[in-house]
Design a binder for this molecule. Structure first.
Ligand SMILES: *Cc1c(COP(=O)(O)O)cnc(C)c1O
Length: 410
């Protein structure tokens, strides 16, 4: 079955140069990401909010906003609408968490790879390769196997072991590399000719961003076709931030939301903050960050090809970029887990730490509605050890049991 899609063409995000839709593309002539453009007028006439509201609460409900033409190519591992959760114990102010850890493979990378692999399938691509800090590779492995594709995945050697094992179990060829993610990217580039694979690096193909865009569509719909005042986004390659910004523009173009935009806040870690440095320097592009290190491995990206798109969205929105320490990330993670029962991944916890810091510095006010993005499950990361033990052969002093591991933040 052929459903309508409304894709008109692909467009270079820097030069505006056009490329035909439905063809295999990586970067533009000037080496920048391509964005998918739609006939939004036709889309707006075809689809109503009411039609949409009757569909199952899953990613493909937004199919008219997405590029896949053939229904048979729309891969699914069951991508649910993710909840917006309040943090009433942890905070007195108007803050919620969009919990993306509920997606297949435990991270929002599923949104991007669901789309990218579906499009690769539609375009007849059979072998793909990607550098990853873990979560993207896991999602590629999963959707790649579902699509019957061959996937090659390259991870920095200190990627959490559970990620690497998950990728292998889900059927990809996975290798650990003694370097950072962009060194892994060089291997992908180096193998293009010999291996004949398609380069699935962040923003080096046009469709992952369309999958991430569904976060913006979904958030606006969840809020009754409005947007929050501020969004705190843990920023690595920035696909999600750029994708949401694109979603809001498309929704305004079809008249479903008004011209209000959230202030977009790019959150990074002190140990890897190229976007924050560029933001503060007033630069259009970000320079590579040396010796990147942070517990939040999903945002350990020293160099992002979409740097100027992140910076543009942050600035146009009246937002800012902010870095937080690993200590504050781990403290926020433990506080929220212990007080709310919500275990955030370190990247999500970074947005919580950044929110607190921004409140303290007066950069946001407590009565602005803020949405924090928790992008992956904490269960894929090493957690602090528990050392409390009981010897069942000795008398037990029950009054001492509250001395166990829980309680105070690490
Ligand atoms: C990839 C990733 C990020 C960063 O997302 P981008 O959109 O690439 O900036 C944040 N958190 C987690 C858990 C991730 O896997």
């Amino acid at each position: 079955m052929n459903d309508a899609t409304f894709v008109s063409h692909l467009e270079c995000s820097l030069s505006g140069e056009r490329f035909p839709a439905d063809t295999v593309q990586n970067l533009s002539q000037v080496g920048k990401p391509l964005l998918v453009r739609y006939d939004l007028e036709a889309l707006g006439q075809h689809l109503t909010k009411d039609t949409l509201s009757k569909r199952p609460e899953e990613l493909w409900r937004y199919r008219e906003f997405l590029p896949v033409r053939q229904a048979a190519n729309r891969l699914s591992l069951g991508e649910p609408r993710t909840p917006l959760l309040t943090l009433d114990h942890w905070s007195q102010s108007q803050v919620t968490v969009k919990d993306e850890s509920r997606l297949p493979t435990g991270s929002f990378k599923a949104r991007g790879l669901c789309l990218a692999v579906s499009m690769a399938k539609e375009l007849g691509i059979q072998r793909v390769a990607m550098p990853t800090n873990g979560n993207a590779g896991a999602a590629l492995a999963a959707y790649g196997s579902l699509a019957g594709m061959e996937s090659y995945v390259f991870c920095p050697e200190d990627t959490p072991d559970v990620n690497v094992r998950e990728i292998a179990l889900q059927g990809a060829h996975v290798w650990k590399v003694n370097g950072y993610i962009h060194h892994c990217g060089q291997i992908v580039k180096g193998g293009l000719e010999t291996m004949g694979w398609f380069d699935f690096s962040t923003l080096k193909e046009p469709y992952r961003i369309e999958g991430k865009k569904t976060m913006g569509l979904e958030l606006a719909e969840q809020l009754g076709w409005t947007v929050p005042d501020v969004i705190f986004y843990p920023t690595g390659g920035g696909t999600g931030l750029i994708g949401m910004w694109k979603a809001f523009a498309e929704l305004e173009a079809i008249g479903w939301i008004d011209s209000k935009r959230p202030r977009m806040i790019a959150v990074q870690a002190d140990g890897c903050a190229p976007i924050v440095r560029a933001f503060e320097d007033g630069a259009e592009f970000a320079e590579e960050w040396q010796d990147a290190t942070t517990v939040a491995s999903g945002i350990r990206v020293p160099m992002a090809i979409g740097d100027f798109l992140i910076l543009r969205a942050v600035r146009e929105s009246g937002g800012f970029a902010i870095a937080v320490s690993d200590d504050s990330i781990l403290t926020a993670q433990h506080e929220i887990a212990a007080q709310e029962g919500l275990l955030l991944g370190p990247e999500g916890a970074a947005t919580a730490a950044a929110y607190q810091k921004a409140l303290k510095q007066g950069l946001v006010s407590p009565d602005e509605s803020a949405v924090l993005f928790n992008c992956g499950t904490a269960l894929k990361y090493p957690m602090p050890a528990v050392t409390a033990t009981i010897d069942r052969h000795s008398p037990l002093d029950f009054s001492q049991l509250d001395q166990g591991s829980a309680g105070t933040p690490v």
